[in-house]
Design a protein. Structure first.
Length: 201
């Protein structure tokens, strides 16, 4: 599967298991995996195993965020969900579960709660790369963790590549993280955000 199930989704999905999901990026028009855009929708108890995403173009722009489960989360919620597998190649704005998380236009924050990412992010030249989420703003992350290896160029984090205007509570990252600039075991770049009982090992 390369195009995914949904382009835009704003409803609720529960109790879903997906095996051996794959995606590919071939040019500026990003091919995606499960949901391209989750806007004020909700995913609960969704589990993906055997994820395989391969990027073949180095010309992507940051607005083309890509995530193993959701590319862009606009004021949506993901709860009690997990993902495992591999994302390989060059991409700017990539996360094991969510590429980009942010508020929607009516100021509804995004939420990730009780989420687990075991995705290896092998993006040596990628910017804004995270084990769980690539970039996040106006987002709350609670009781979530990432264990995969994360490699990138700049703004690389074990949990989140770039994070601001939100809160991380009771969350962690434990995989190897490597990059050149703005690299963190938990978050690569942190601004105007609150961390509570969270850390990396």
């Amino acid at each position: 599967m390369t195009r995914g199930f949904f382009d835009l989704f704003s409803g609720e999905l529960r109790d879903l298991n997906i095996e051996n999901m794959s995606g590919v990026n071939t040019n500026l028009a990003t091919e995606y995996t499960f949901i391209k855009e989750l806007r004020r929708g909700k995913l609960v108890n969704v589990h993906v195993t055997g994820l395989q995403v391969d990027f073949t173009s180095g010309d992507e722009i940051i607005s083309h965020a890509i995530g193993g489960l959701v590319n862009t989360l606009y004021g949506g919620t993901i709860e009690d969900s997990s993902i495992s597998g591999n994302m390989n190649g060059i991409h700017h704005g990539a996360g094991g579960m969510v590429g980009k998380a942010r508020e929607d236009r009516v100021s509804c924050d995004s939420t990730l709660q009780n989420c687990v990412s075991k995705v290896n992010m092998n993006t040596d030249a990628g910017r804004i790369v995270g084990g769980l989420v690539g970039s996040a703003s106006y987002t709350n992350v609670t009781n979530s963790y990432s264990t995969g290896t994360v490699t990138g160029l700049t703004q690389v984090g074990g949990l989140i590549g770039s994070f601001g205007f939100g809160e991380i509570v009771g969350s962690s990252a434990s995989g190897n993280v490597s990059g050149t600039i703005s690299v963190g075991g938990l978050v690569g770049v942190l601004g105007n955000a609150t961390l509570t009982t969270s850390g990396a090992s």
